[in-house]
Design a protein around this ligand. Structure first.
Ligand SMILES: *Cc1c(COP(=O)(O)O)cnc(C)c1O
Length: 434
């Protein structure tokens, strides 16, 4: 498989080069030259296949010969080594729970696959690689956990002071080993600005082998197809019909992976782009006109994105044909009031505890199903509610129980360094690691 840049000013590259670079030199996102079709009989066999086998079948055409088969099999097995249960919430709605990985959010799948691919590609390097990443919460934890203990890799994470939840902060600061956390006295935009500046600093880049764990990396994007296969197959087996799939969306990598799986042959009745107040894509779906918007803060803060980077991939997948996209995808913008009310109501009526991102998807899905009486729905529950207690606890009036896997981590000492939001401070710190 070869990948071209959506800005079309860079060379076509293989999976290895696309993964190592993250972004094309012209600033565009990499996109596969062809969309592979799943092998004949794959969908019918899905309910009986192991997750690792599903992952290998889906991902092998994208990786091609850049990773030997046995190695890719091992990487796939490690990527999906935790369960992806489908849980019935109401008569017509199931949850696909994606929070049973090490950092309790779906980003573990992409981060685990990417970290292992990068580890394989740099196995002969003698100088350590420094992975530099800015996070608003979930990305940093998933990347840290993905690279924890990987030889030859140092991870430096920048996070905004006071803006991540206690669980998220422990996941960034209490791992130790090769993971370093910098608490920036500023907001997420400051963190991102500092990281971008480091990548533009030619002298620093020459002294350190800096790489990014950017969410647009193909090695983070493509493996997300795997749990759609798994979840859709399980609902098909129990209901006999393809589900309507609702995806809580921010940067739209996750939804775009689901659409990709659908184009490759996975049967889905319809997709829902479930957004909070950040509604650039729902507005496009309604009008055919796209306009980036300034990001606004919400309860589902991992989706506070005003100009989603992966939207360009969705357009490309459907050759920019708005009527085709609209036929398959409906957008919703759900307010914080509706999100809280949904968490409270679903908890009271069913006992199921939603996180704010899953609640956005649940609300949208319920509305869509009301208008389409013959259908059943599946929504992606992208994070464990314990990661967002400030949104969940006021809605239910109860504390969220801490899962046993997390209790040990919560006890560990927090190790971080405070950083002023000044580039010189980051630069000086990075040079001490060289
Ligand atoms: C990152 C994140 C999202 C948004 O996913 P995208 O692929 O950026 O659309 C949704 N929910 C949670 C919990 C997240 O961490």
């Amino acid at each position: 498989m070869r990948y071209y840049s959506l800005s079309r000013q860079s060379d076509v590259v293989d999976f290895r080069a696309a993964t190592v670079a993250g972004q094309a030199p012209d600033g565009g996102l990499y996109f596969p030259e062809t969309i592979p079709q799943f092998p004949a009989g794959f969908v019918e066999q899905l309910p009986r296949l192991e997750a690792a086998e599903v992952a290998f079948t889906v991902l092998q055409p994208y990786v091609g010969s850049t990773i030997p088969e046995a190695e890719l099999q091992r990487i796939c097995a490690e990527t999906v080594s935790f369960p992806f249960p489908v849980v019935q919430v109401t008569e017509r709605i199931n949850a696909l729970e994606l929070f049973h990985g090490p950092t309790l959010a779906f980003k573990d799948v992409g981060a685990r696959f990417m970290s292992r691919c990068l580890g394989y590609f740099s196995r002969h390097e003698t100088r350590p690689v420094t992975v530099l990443v800015a996070t608003s919460g979930d990305t940093g934890g998933a990347v840290a956990s993905g690279f924890l203990g990987v030889p030859g890799v140092e991870v430096v994470i920048l996070y905004p002071s006071g803006r991540v939840s206690p669980v998220q902060e422990q996941q960034l600061t209490a791992l130790g080993q090769n993971i370093k956390a910098l608490e920036v006295s500023g907001n997420f935009d400051d963190c991102q600005r500092l990281v971008k500046q480091a990548f533009r600093d030619a002298e620093l880049m020459a002294r350190l082998r800096l790489t990014s764990a950017n969410s647009i990396n193909v090695a983070r994007w493509l493996p997300q197809q795997v749990y759609y296969c798994y979840g859709v197959a399980q609902t098909l087996a129990s209901t006999g019909q393809p589900p309507v799939v609702a995806v809580p969306s921010g940067n739209f990598g996750n939804l775009c992976a689901g659409l990709l799986a659908n184009v490759s042959g996975l049967p889905v009745a319809h997709f829902i782009a479930a957004c909070n107040a950040n509604a650039a894509v729902p507005a496009y779906l309604a009008s055919g006109q796209y306009a980036a918007q300034p990001a606004v803060p919400t309860l589902s803060n991992a989706m506070d994105v005003g100009d989603p980077s992966n939207f360009g991939r969705i357009l490309e997948l459907f050759r920019h044909e708005h009527p085709v996209i609209r036929e398959l995808l409906t957008g919703y913008s759900v307010s914080d009031t509706e999100t809280s009310a949904t968490i409270r109501r679903v908890h009271t009526q069913t006992g199921y505890l939603l996180d704010p991102h899953g609640a956005v998807a649940f609300f949208a899905l319920e509305d869509y199903l009301r208008q389409h009486p013959e259908t059943t729905g599946l929504f992606l529950e992208t994070a464990h509610p314990v990661k967002f207690p400030a949104a969940v606890e006021p809605a239910t009036g109860q504390p969220v129980p801490v899962p046993t896997e997390l209790q040990e981590l919560m006890q560990r000492p927090k190790r971080n360094m405070l950083l002023e939001p000044e580039y010189e401070a980051l630069r000086a710190y990075l040079l001490t690691t060289a």
